[in-house]
Every structure is written in structure tokens, then in C-alpha cells.
Design a protein around this ligand. Structure first.
Ligand code: RFL
Ligand code: PHB
Length: 391
């Protein structure tokens, strides 16, 4: 008899949501997290939740604050020097997205997990996975200088891109696919009202910009910068000036400037590792795949992986059914590749590439003009943005 049925590595959205999906199904788990609770709860990341993600938070009973404070968005704007087109997501698909920070999702899930008696070991150092090929795997870690160890039936590596889960899989079984972009996003969080009530994705000669938000009084803005750029080179004033230029005079009129409360640069990359399972080890979320943030898909993919893995584990414990566990990787990857495609395409449409010559630039301008005039093109963007179904 093992200590726990499922050992979850990582208390990000994938690991935390998986833990609560297992909890409501009566399957016990333990979470090992390398960082402290304070660190995990203060990481500023994603902001846009698909309806499917909101539905999963509802399913585990952790959506009260989300429904009270989250902002439903029925559309967003694509802006360029040639004009603005609003993608009417709600009108086209009948569905919407919710603006609610990943930080808040993480806080809500940690609070619920602990209140329900779930065990999260924070500050777990040197986590190592053992015997993943066998029927009785185990995990070890170090905490406050003490070596610890526990046995489990399955290990869910929800430990992000730099985690130990993928690194433990034998290199011979793993195939990876990758694209690095020669730029990153410089993000600023500020307690000022957003410049518009919806998100604005702007394609500009000087580079991409995004106007997003966390609440009616808190804005989140990004500008594209070269990969080599350093955050120290960006005073608040320089950031606001650059953002205003890229949004253009009409949209920048609504811009309210204020001191940044967070400023950081995130690199952009597309990455997929296949398969997402080896023996009793399963990968979920950023541990298996990365998307550039342009499509707002990273957190949502972490949630859909967690749901598929939870369903497979629930089928196993309810009926001894191993088919869903065996099919998990293929099922998850089918959705992941579509989100990878959308995120890659949207990144290409909106960013300035160092090698962009006059022809490539005209192609972007022509595609944006086509989207402006085509209901079919807008529909394709809307159905991807709002999230493809969990098949
Ligand atoms: P996470 O959130 O990285 O969590 C992994 C957890 O594992 C821990 N860990 C370990 N624990 C124990 N032992 C080890 N050896 C460990 N190694 C790591 C880590 O400390 C961490 O707590 O992965 P997860 O759960 O898969 O969630 C993925 C999302 O966080 C990520 O995809 C999104 O943030 C991406 N993303 C966005 N996604 C969206 O859906 N919508 C958005 O609007 C959006 N915007 C963004 C984003 C990511 C960004 N950055 C910073 C890359 C905007 C930005 C700027
Ligand atoms: C954010 O608010 O952080 C955000 C919104 C939309 C994106 C990416 C990030 O596509």
C-alpha cells in the first residue's frame, strides 16, 4: 500500500487544479513545491481564462471569488496603423473569456486545498522521482535539511518548463519540438484604470504592444523587446512613452500613466514534448509544452491537461480502467497542438521580426486588412481565442 495515490510535483495552476479534481473524486494526493507559498502566490503571469477553465474551477468549487471579481470579456481589438478591428468573440461564438489573474487563481486553489485538508509541502528542495517504470514509484526531497521520501501509485509532473518531471523521462522516449522567438515581452503592472474596457493587441512598426488589465483599477501592459533587452534599461517613463507610440494616438488618448508595481521581461517560445507519459509518470502543463503568450493559452492548456489527467485517474480508481491513462498523452496533445498553432500564428501576425523585410511586413498588413473585412477570418480567431472544446 503506497503512502499516497498521486504525488503531484509543482503547485502551479496544473498541479493545484489536478489536486482539487482528485479531491472531489475522493482520490488522495500530496503536492511537492520547490518554492515557498509566498513566492508562488506573488508570481504575476496570465490573465485570460477560457470558459472551459472557469468551468473546471466551478467543478471543484473554487470559483466564488472569480465570479465576484472576474471580468467577463466578449471581445478584443486588433489594432495596427491601418485601423482597428474588434473581434466580437461573444457575438461570433456565443461564449466569452474571463479576465482574472493567474495569481488569484493560484491563491484561491491553495486556500481551498489547505482548507480541505490537502497536503502541500512548500520549499521542497531537490525533488527526485524514482522507479517511474515500476508499479510502485516514489519521490524523495529535502526540507529544512531533512531527507524525506514517500511512495505513490502515480506521479504527476506539473512542475513547469524547468521542472524535474520531463528531465526524468529517458531521453530516448522523448521527442521535442521547439521554436524560439528573437524577442520577449516587457510587462508592467500598474494601479491605473485600463485604457479601454477590452484588451487591445497592437501591431506596430516599432513592435507589438498589448493593453490588458486585472481589474477596473489595475492595468497590465506589455511591449515587445529584443531577447537581449534588460529590464534595467526601462524606466517607467520610457515604457509609457513606447506603449503610447505603439498603441497610436487614438488609443493612447485613454492611457493613464502611473508608477509600475511590477516590471519584468518574459522570453517567447513554442515547445512541445511527446509523449506526455512514461510508465507511471505523467506530464501536465508547462512541464510538457510552452506557447508564446500572444494567444493567452498557457494557463488554459495547463487546466485542460489537468482535467484530462484527472479524468483518466478517476476512471482507473473507479473501474480499474487503464484505457484513459494510456490515451492521456494522445488526447492532451491533440488539443495542445491546435493551441500551439494558434499561438504561433497570432505571434507571427502581430510581432515585428528582426528579419522582417518589406515584403513580410506587407503580408502582415494585408492579413490584418483581410481579417478586418472577413467574417470567416474573425470567426476563426474568435473560436480559437475562446478555447477549443475538451474533446
Ligand atoms: P507553472 O505555473 O510554471 O507551475 C509549475 C510549478 O512547479 C514548481 N516547480 C517545482 N516543484 C518541485 N520540484 C521541482 N523540481 C520544481 N520545478 C518547478 C514551480 O515553482 C511552480 O510553482 O506551470 P503550470 O502549472 O503548468 O502552469 C502554466 C502557466 O503558469 C503558464 O502556462 C502561463 O502563465 C502562461 N501565460 C499565460 N497563459 C494564459 O493562459 N493566459 C495568459 O494570458 C498568459 N499570459 C503567461 C502569460 C506567461 C507569461 N510568462 C511570465 C511566461 C503572460 C506571461 C508574461
Ligand atoms: C495578461 O493580461 O497578462 C495577458 C492577456 C492576454 C494575453 C497575454 C497576457 O494574450
Amino acid at each position: 500500500m503506497s503512502d499516497y495515490r498521486v504525488a503531484i510535483i509543482g503547485a502551479g495552476p496544473a498541479g493545484l487544479l489536478l489536486s482539487q479534481l482528485l479531491h472531489v473524486a475522493g482520490i488522495d494526493f500530496v503536492i511537492l513545491e520547490r518554492r515557498t507559498r509566498e513566492y508562488v502566490e506573488s508570481r504575476i503571469r496570465a490573465g485570460v481564462l477560457e470558459g472551459t477553465t472557469v468551468g473546471l474551477l466551478d467543478r471543484v468549487g473554487v470559483a466564488d471569488r472569480l465570479h465576484a471579481e472576474g471580468l467577463p470579456h466578449g471581445g478584443f481589438a486588433l489594432a495596427s496603423e491601418e485601423g482597428v478591428v474588434r473581434i466580437d468573440v461573444a457575438g461570433l461564438t456565443g461564449r466569452s473569456v474571463t479576465v482574472y489573474g493567474q495569481t488569484e487563481v493560484t491563491r484561491d486553489l491553495i486556500e481551498a486545498c489547505i482548507a480541505r485538508g490537502g497536503r502541500i509541502e512548500f520549499a521542497a528542495e531537490d525533488v527526485a522521482l524514482h522507479d517511474i517504470d515500476s508499479a510502485s514509484p516514489s519521490v524523495s526531497w529535502r526540507q529544512d535539511g531533512v531527507e524525506r521520501h514517500l511512495s505513490c501509485d502515480f506521479i504527476a509532473a506539473c512542475d513547469g518548463y524547468h521542472g524535474v518531471g520531463r528531465a526524468t523521462m529517458p531521453p530516448a522516449v522523448l521527442r521535442t519540438f521547439e521554436r524560439e522567438y528573437p524577442f520577449g515581452w516587457l510587462g508592467v503592472l500598474a494601479d491605473v484604470p485600463p485604457c479601454d474596457h477590452e484588451l487591445i493587441y497592437a501591431n506596430h512598426e516599432r513592435g507589438f504592444a498589448l493593453a490588458s488589465m486585472r481589474s477596473p483599477t489595475r492595468s497590465r501592459y506589455y511591449v515587445q523587446v529584443p531577447s537581449s533587452e534588460r529590464v534595467e534599461n526601462w524606466s517607467d517613463e520610457r515604457f509609457w512613452d513606447e506603449l503610447a507610440l505603439r498603441l497610436g494616438p487614438d488609443l493612447a488618448r485613454g492611457l493613464v500613466r502611473g508608477p509600475s508595481i511590477e516590471k519584468s521581461i518574459a522570453p517567447l517560445r513554442s515547445f512541445v514534448a511527446e509523449p506526455m507519459r512514461h510508465g507511471r509518470l505523467f506530464l501536465a502543463g508547462d512541464a510538457a509544452h510552452i506557447v508564446p503568450p500572444t494567444g493567452a493559452k498557457g494557463l488554459n492548456l495547463a487546466a485542460s491537461d489537468a482535467a484530462m489527467l484527472a479524468d483518466a485517474l478517476i476512471a482507473f480508481y473507479a473501474r480499474g480502467d487503464t484505457a484513459a491513462l494510456e490515451g492521456y498523452s494522445a488526447r492532451a496533445l491533440a488539443r495542445i497542438w491546435k493551441a500551439e498553432r494558434f499561438s504561433w500564428w497570432f505571434t507571427g501576425l502581430m510581432h515585428r521580426f528582426p528579419e522582417t523585410d518589406a515584403f513580410a511586413r506587407r503580408m502582415q498588413v494585408a492579413e490584418l486588412a483581410y481579417i478586418r473585412g472577413s467574417a470567416a477570418a474573425q470567426m476563426s480567431i474568435a473560436e480559437n481565442y475562446v478555447g477549443l472544446p475538451l474533446e
